[in-house]
Design a protein around this ligand. Structure first.
Ligand code: SF4
Ligand code: SF4
Length: 381
């Protein structure tokens, strides 16, 4: 093969950055072939069940504020912009992924989302899983496992398929494979000096979700891991070892990623870790492969360290581990407007990070998907 045909790292980064836009064609091709598409909004959605039903999960979490004014005709203005934007795209039919989805799976996470799903259900076939609000009690496992069975029933009826144990095990193995690879990609952030910008890190992790040819996605990600590791070993990284190393945590950042990460990196720092939902939160823990598949899926998805859980000690523990392992100099905690759960957790997160770890912690708050940092919250190191 001619060397000109070998994609360069910038080409690969670009491909992942464009994956969300280009993925529409893959989803249309699925539909043209009579395949099924299930829209999802949240990291709690057990995508293994969707794959085991022979369908394709696709994230509908909106990253654009374009439809917020339409959503505000039905929803309160002072609601989380993520919820408004997502509902707005369903209302206006402007998102091809939403348009192509045969059904949607949601969960009773925060108040805004679960009430929005009631309205969404009037527009699209929406199955809402009742998510327990705690991870600490065995009855939470029982309830969540019942919800797995309820979703299996819904998928089987909707798509006229049977979800067998074998299909579940295959889906678990395949999703774990993806997790291991993307986790290894995220862990490149541990290298010092850094070998990848936070923006490229985000784009690859986010774009992987919209790369529907999973084998191609895996090959590309592995190639990038190899290239970046070789670059590091050859001492060819363009980042300074003195650049302050930033970890981003808090609300999902899809809608503000570009502005937040660019602001941080334009100021001379480098984002080395993303603890949020488009980052490490989902990747750090696999589904166990040596126990009953439904129990394994139940336990994995109950343990997501999201602020809708009370208490949510897993996030505190994960953050402390990541601060150490990624040699983090500063933490930025993203709180979208009206996200009470992450907003309240900020108090303890700040205490843990600034107290025990003695590193700066800032809390930018975003009033819409447009980036606005309140004065006083921009203490980038
Ligand atoms: S932050 Fe929590 S509720 Fe929001 S997408 Fe992630 S897991 Fe779901
Ligand atoms: S960011 Fe907060 S308010 Fe918005 S959907 Fe997620 S948990 Fe709910």
């Amino acid at each position: 093969m001619s060397s000109t045909l070998i994609p360069t790292l910038p080409d690969q980064f670009e491909e992942f950055a464009e994956a969300r836009r280009n993925g529409f064609l893959s989803v249309k091709a699925f539909k043209d072939r009579g395949e099924k598409v299930v829209g999802t909004f949240c990291t709690f959605t057990p995508k293994e069940l969707i794959y085991a039903a022979g369908a394709h999960p696709v994230s509908l979490c909106s990253v654009s504020e374009e439809t917020i004014p339409d959503a505000e005709k039905h929803l309160p203005r002072n609601l989380c912009p993520l919820i408004k934007a997502s509902y707005g795209f369903a209302l206006t039919d402007k998102c091809p992924y939403m348009y192509f989805a045969d059904m949607i799976v949601g969960e009773t996470t925060c108040d805004g989302k679960k009430k929005m799903y009631e309205l969404l259900g009037e527009i699209k076939d929406t199955h809402v899983m009742q998510l327990p609000q705690t991870q600490e009690k065995e009855h939470a496992v029982t309830l969540w496992q019942d919800e797995m069975h309820r979703l299996i029933g819904k998928l089987e009826d909707k798509f006229e398929v049977t979800i067998t144990r074998e299909k579940l095990n295959q889906a678990i193995k395949s999703c774990n494979k993806d997790r291991r690879l993307l986790k290894a990609f995220h862990q490149l952030g541990k290298l010092k000096p850094s070998v990848i910008s936070g923006m490229d890190l985000f784009n690859v992790l986010n774009g992987a979700d919209y790369t529907f040819d999973r084998e191609a996605m895996r090959q590309n990600v592995q190639d990038m891991i190899d290239s970046l590791t070789a670059k590091y070993q050859a001492g060819e990284t363009e980042f300074s070892a003195n650049a302050p190393r930033i970890l981003i945590t808090g609300c999902p950042i899809g809608g503000v990623a570009s502005k937040v990460i660019h602001a941080i990196e334009d100021a001379g720092a480098v984002v080395v870790a993303l603890e949020n939902c488009q980052g490490y939160k989902e990747l750090h823990q696999e589904v166990q492969e040596d126990i009953d598949p439904i129990e394994a899926i139940t336990r994995k998805y109950l343990d997501i360290p999201c602020s809708v859980m009370t208490p949510n000690k897993g996030r505190e523990q994960l953050l402390q581990e990541m601060v150490e392992e990624y040699q983090v100099d500063g933490v930025i905690d993203i709180v979208l407007q009206a996200c009470h759960t992450y907003n309240i957790e900020s108090y303890n997160i700040r205490k843990i990070i600034t107290g025990e770890k003695s590193i700066p912690c800032t809390e930018p708050r975003y009033n819409s998907l447009t980036f606005t940092i309140k004065a006083g919250y921009t203490r980038l190191p």
